[in-house]
Structures are given as C-alpha cells and as structure tokens.
Design a protein around this ligand. Structure first.
Ligand SMILES: [Fe+2]
Ligand SMILES: [Fe+2]
Length: 479
C-alpha cells in the first residue's frame, strides 16, 4: 500500500502549484501581449505599405486604360472647349475610379478635364505644372509639367485635397496626361480598417493561446506535482526502511551484547527473553499509574531490560559461577556488576550521543539491585530515587530468578515466587508494581510456563555446556 503524502508535503505542493501556475500564466500573458503589440505594429506598417502599392498599381492601370480609351474615342489633340475635349470630359465622367479621381492635364500640367469641372468652373485655372511629385520606386522628385511618360509612372504628391497617390501616363496622340489620384486619407483609413480587423483576430488568437497556456500549465504542473509527491513518498519509504533497518541492527547488537554477558552467568536459556517479557507485562499493567509509561516507553523498556546484567562480563568466573554462598569480598566484587554495566553504557553514549534507549539502559543496569526501602546496592537509593524502569526490572528479575533452576537450587513454583514477592511489597519492591504483578499473576504464570526449559533441557550456563561438549569431543578423539 502506498502511503498518502504527509499534510506538510501536500500543502507545500498545493501552494507551490498555485504559485507556479500564476507565475506561468502571468509570464505567458506578458509575452503574448508584447508579441501581439509588436505584430500589430509591424502588420499595420506592412498593410499601409501594401495598400499604397496596390492603389498605385491600380492608379497606373486605370490611367493606362483610360489613355487607350481616349486614344480610341478622340482624334487629335484635346484642346479646351473643342469636340474632342467634350468627348474626353464625357468619357472622364463615366470612368472615375472608386475612391479616387481621374483627370486630364495638358502636356504642361494645366488641368484640362475634371469630373467636377461643371460644378466648379474655377478648376479650369488649376495648373499642376510645378506640382512636385515623389516618384516610386526610387527617390526622384520631379515637377508634373516636366513628365512625359509613355508608360505609367506612379508616385506621391501634395495636391489640392492633401497628400495623394497618383498614377500618370502621357498620351502623345491626344497630347494629354492622364492622371489618377487617390487621397492618402482614404488609404490610411483603409489600412486602419484592415489593421483593426487584424487586431480583433489577434486579440481573439492571443486570448485563445492564453487559455490554452493556462490549461496546459495547470496540466503540466499537476503532472509535475504528482511526480514530485510520488518521488517524495518513495524517498520517505526508503528512509523509513533504512531507519527501521538501522534500529533493528542497533537493537540486535544491544541484545547480542546482553546475551554475551548472560552467556557467562548461571542464568540459562531464555532468561533475557523472559525478563524483557515480564518487564513489558508489568509496564503495560502500570499504564495510567505513571505518566511516563507510554507505548514508546514500553518499547524501549522491552529492549533496555535485556541490558540489566551486562556488567557481569567484568566479574571473574570463579565468583560468577560459584555454586555456594559468597564470602564478603566475593559479594563486594559481585555487587560491582551494576557499576561496570552502567559505565560501559555511559562510554557507548559518549560516542553515539544522547539516546533514549541508552539512557534507560543505564538507569536499569545501575539500579536494578536497589530496593524500595533503601537496602539495595550499589548506592542504597530508596523509593522514587530509583528510576521506574529499574524498579520494574528488579521485580521481573527476582521473579525469574526464583522460578528458574540454578546449579545450587531447584526452581520454585509460580505460587512460591508470588508469595515471596508479595512479602516484599513495600520493602524490596515498589508496592504499586507488586500490585500490578498481583493483577496479572496469571499472565506471569502462563508466560513463565511458555518460556520455561523443556523437560530434560539443560539448565546450566551455555558456556559450561559448550566447554563440557568440547572436552567430551577431545576425550573421544584421544580414546
Ligand atoms: Fe544483576
Ligand atoms: Fe538477571
């Protein structure tokens, strides 16, 4: 089962996701906006230029067509108020280009025919001879009176109605210059109209791109986010696995260290396992009576209890394995084992740093032979001067010692051990712990029976058994 991401991971992911989308969208909006503005500016310039080119081409074409038409319809030069002029004026009236003006000049630039001539006779006096025009392509500036092009010319100039685009062609048969004018204002308006249409399309396109960007960004960020969360989960799982593994190794080493000491003791078989189990059962029964007892505390106690006698490694075999009673000196040496054990653990703590398990191990190792009434050793601590963990292990250790067989004694029954423990209520042991033992005495008896050596199983120290087996093997070889 995949663990769900922790609340911190999720809230961080959500916050960063929203910020990332907002930043992406903002950036995209700025880029798209700037891109649109630049494109519109360039497109408007391009459109204006293109419109001018088209209009110039159109003006030239119309001038050429009208010149050809005039050549066909009129014989000889066109002079004011002649039949040829009348005809030319008629033709001019019906050939006006949309948005522009088609007119006729004489070879020197004076106005001959104009569609508004009838309404405005003053136009007859107009003379464009000195009108300067800018010829395109190129950069030449010429006066209209000087131009006699047989093929159409295009350009720009300032005429009566303002700036205009023109197309001009000279007809030598009629001795006229055909000129088509398109005012610039109309062209600019046309370019603006096309530009506005472009602007609308670009705005719609930009908005569409922005919406797609928002959706795309949201999808990408969501995908990225889920990848990140999965990667974090995997890392967390890996970390937990490694922490578990490290703890298992540490716990195994500690238990192995304790077992090493136990191996030399008169205790046998599952003494350590039983001590740990009894301590756990007592602590569990005492939950609620002592605020420090929590599930985690009990887990520590289960392992720390195994360390209670590691100091016995420092006690000579002659004393440790002695079947009879100790002399006062032997007793003094034997009673050093809590100090040796605690000192060993303190030295380990100096190397690995502060650690709850080591701290509890030191308390238990140092104080598991202290008594509630202050008659214990090594310091003669009393009542609550003795750490709770050590008070619990003291009872567990006593119960196991009484109910286990030794080289020098038989195992007591559960009831016999129970009686001794009850007698020591408030003297050797904390009364509350004895009461807890009494409440769960049936559990103690059951666990004792479950972990007791089987019939015929060797009750002697494993070290003694191992030495005897090695010597027996040597004896068989010699024989
Ligand atoms: Fe001990
Ligand atoms: Fe013990």
């Amino acid at each position: 089962m995949t663990p769900s991401p922790s609340p911190q991971t999720r809230s961080f992911a959500l916050r960063s996701k929203r910020r990332l989308i907002a930043a992406t969208v903002l950036l995209q909006a700025v880029v798209i906006g700037l891109g649109c503005l630049a494109t519109i500016h360039m497109a408007r310039n391009g459109l204006t230029q293109r419109v001018h080119e088209q209009v110039r081409e159109e003006a030239a074409r119309r001038a050429m067509e009208f010149s050809a038409l005039l050549g066909r319809e009129v014989d000889g030069p066109v002079r004011p108020d002649t039949p040829a002029w009348e005809r030319a004026q008629q033709l001019l009236a019906t050939s006006q280009p949309p948005g522009g003006t088609l007119l006729l000049l004489d070879p020197y630039g004076a106005l001959l025919c104009h569609p508004a001539l009838e309404a405005n006779p003053g136009l007859r006096r107009v003379n464009y001879a000195e009108q300067r025009v800018h010829l395109l392509p190129g950069n030449a500036h010429m006066e209209l009176g000087q131009l006699r092009p047989l093929t159409p010319l295009v350009g720009e100039g300032d005429f009566l109605g303002g700036s205009a685009v023109l197309g001009l062609v000279y007809n030598p048969d009629t001795q006229t210059k055909v000129m088509v004018l398109h005012p610039d204002t109309g062209l600019a308006a046309e370019a603006r109209r096309m530009g506005n249409a472009l602007l609308l399309w670009m705005a719609l396109g930009g908005a569409g791109i922005l919406v797609m960007t928002i959706l795309g960004s949201a999808l990408l960020v969501r995908r990225y986010d889920s990848i990140l969360i999965r990667a974090n989960q995997k890392l967390e799982e890996e970390l937990q696995r490694r922490v578990k593994r490290s703890l298992a190794i540490r716990n195994g080493l500690i238990f192995g260290l304790a077992k090493l000491a136990d191996y030399r003791d008169t205790d046998t078989g599952k003494h350590l396992e039983r001590i740990c189990k009894y301590s756990e059962m007592l602590a569990d029964a005492l939950r609620g009576e002592f605020s420090e007892i929590t599930r985690g505390w009990i887990e520590l106690l289960k392992l720390a209890a195994s360390m209670h006698d590691i100091g016995k490694v420092g006690i000579a075999d002659a004393i440790l394995l002695k079947p009879g009673a100790f002399t006062p000196e032997e007793r003094r040496l034997m009673e050093l084992h809590p100090l040796i054990g605690a000192d060993t653990l303190v030295q380990i703590r100096q190397r690995v740093g502060d650690d709850d398990l080591l701290n509890m191990g030191i308390q238990i190792t140092l104080s598991h032979h202290e008594r509630w009434d202050g008659k214990g050793y090594p310091y003669g601590l009393s009542t609550e001067q003795i750490p709770l963990a050590a008070r619990i292990v003291a009872l567990a250790d006593m119960y196991d010692a009484l109910t286990s067989k030794r080289v020098y004694k038989a195992a007591m029954t559960h009831e016999q051990a129970r009686e001794i423990i009850l007698k020591n209520r408030g003297t050797h042991f904390d009364a509350r712990i004895v009461d807890a033992f009494e409440r769960i005495r049936a559990d103690f008896d059951r666990e004792r029976a479950a972990m007791a050596p089987r019939d015929g199983e060797d009750e002697r120290p494993a070290l003694v058994t191992a030495v005897e087996m090695a010597e027996a093997a040597k004896g068989r070889k010699a024989a």
